[in-house]
Design a protein around this ligand. Sequence first.
Ligand code: NDP
Ligand code: MG
Length: 383
Amino acid sequence: MKKISLLGATGSIGIQTLDVIASHPNEFNLVSMSFGSNVKSGIDIIKKFKPKFVAVKDKDTYSLLIDTFGSGDITFHYGQDGLIEAAVFDDVDILVNAVVGSVGLVPTLKAIEHGITIALANKETLVTAGHIVMELANQYNVPILPVDSEHSAIYQCLQGEDTKAIDKLIITASGGSFRDKTRDELKGVTVEQALNHPNWSMGAKITIDSATMMNKGLEVIEAHWLFQMPYEKIEVLLHKESIIHSMVQFEDYSVIAQLGTPDMRVPIQYALSYPNRLPIHNGNRLNLSEIGLLHFEQMDFDRFRSLYLAFESGKSGGTMPTVLNASNEVAVAAFLKGQISFLKIDEIIEKALDSHANITHPTLEQIQEVDKLTRTYVQSLIS
Ligand code: NDP
Ligand code: MG
């Protein structure tokens, strides 16, 4: 029985993680969890899974939970301290980090220091501070298991393989809600249109990231750190069907791919059951003869400016990816609130990157400072 802590239980990945846990009660046990401010869903989860520890974002939500559950078997906490405590509670076996944004960074680092295996959905963590996370994971000999479907695919393709013989990683991209629109046609698009992803149902932030292609950009940086791969050896390929979740090409030009119907529970479950596999509850078998054709296209870096910016920031390294991520988080939040237009997102990120003096080999404190300053700067651009 693996003891699990889940950060971001009320989110899209969180709910699907709970589905995996519930469908294998002899394998997994949820002992600790966190959520933001979705109290209704949070209370339902607590009643169903009976964790021992629950952290929430703010004090008001915390007080509401104390009123509801009293001070009985469950320990409640809130804020950043709560999030960290939830991550390492009772020395769980696996931390599933499914919060959105760089707020997930410190809990990941603390869990690594406790020797807890990380199942990482929270890609912003690796984008913001990849070298710190990976160095610490190395030092403590802690596996970082990817939950993101592309990275899970690559991880699966690499099992038992000679990683020194990798020629390149090929990350597939569905293209997001606006894949068939030209940049000119993006001028008047609405939040509602952007939230309408053709293949995946996900949280709001990542759905917008998919529409701008920043999601793929963040994934390129994530892959760079997870698989220690230079950017020259990472390629992004447009693949509208989302059937091939990613591929690895080796030096003999053999290509190994991982395929399946789009279902995030598969990579989540693989991270939880690794190195074993378990049956998937109510899953959909892949039927290739029914699908018939799979399509592939080269990425257009002018059309998808965010992807270009992500590659460039990744190659520059230092604090550039921190600026990329923080400016994106603020710009996307502003777009979702109707404060800026869709095309402004890329523009703002580029401005933030242009005005930043890169710090190479930053410490955690420098990263946190740059993250904070970028948010303030971008907020001033917006207002
Ligand atoms: P959601 O927005 O659906 O969920 C985010 C979760 O984090 C919610 O439980 C939310 O709580 C909680 N949360 C948000 N802000 C805070 C905060 N400041 N403190 C504590 N908790 C907070 O996101 P997704 O599930 O879509 O994505 C989660 C992560 O996984 C992201 O990094 C995303 O990029 C990555 N990912 C997601 C995929 C998907 O299919 N959704 C696929 C691959 C990666 P509440 O709602 O209660 O406020
Ligand atoms: Mg992905």
